[in-house]
Write a protein that binds this ligand. Structure first.
Ligand SMILES: [Zn+2]
Ligand SMILES: [Zn+2]
Length: 149
């Protein structure tokens, strides 16, 4: 996980192709001070792809954007991406193993954990799907106006 976060920071655009400075304008997008060019980081690329194509399995997102599935998984774990309700594939709660659509814990485990010494962040809690999980699924992004990593 730590290595992935490092990779994500390394993949973050710092300069425009024109050499101009970039400033963050939200949702994984950066704008050049000099030429107004818009440059996207990994999250921005995924988001733009999903906006255009709708919910898509992570393998296809990865092929289309060049962002590794490991990074897509990380966005799922930290709650920036969420698996769609009608998906057939979900990630698992780290405590009880039930299916969740994003984050690290299901709502029940989060409640239980928050009564103990663990501190659970809001974005670590994922909603349970209403259907039972099977195979490949698709995901979409959550725009919580989070600042990029
Ligand atoms: Zn530029
Ligand atoms: Zn759980």
């Amino acid at each position: 996980m730590a290595d992935l976060e490092k990779l994500l920071i390394e993949n973050k655009p710092v300069k425009c192709t024109c050499g101009g400075k970039l400033f963050y304008i939200g949702s994984g997008k950066y704008q050049c001070h000099t030429c107004d060019n818009i440059i996207m980081d990994d999250f921005g690329k995924i988001k733009a792809f999903l906006e255009e194509n709708g919910p898509t399995p992570s393998m296809i997102i990865s092929q289309a954007t060049g962002v590794s599935t490991d990074i897509i998984d990380m966005f799922l774990k930290n709650g920036r991406l969420e698996i769609t309700e009608n998906s057939r594939y979900f990630i698992k709660c780290e405590k009880c193993g039930c299916s969740i659509r994003s984050g690290r814990f299901c709502i029940d485990c989060a409640k239980e954990l928050s009564q103990g010494i663990h501190r659970i962040f809001f974005n670590e809690v994922g909603e349970k799907p209403k259907h039972s999980p099977k195979l490949q699924g698709s995901m979409h992004y959550l725009d919580k106006n989070k600042v990029s990593v």
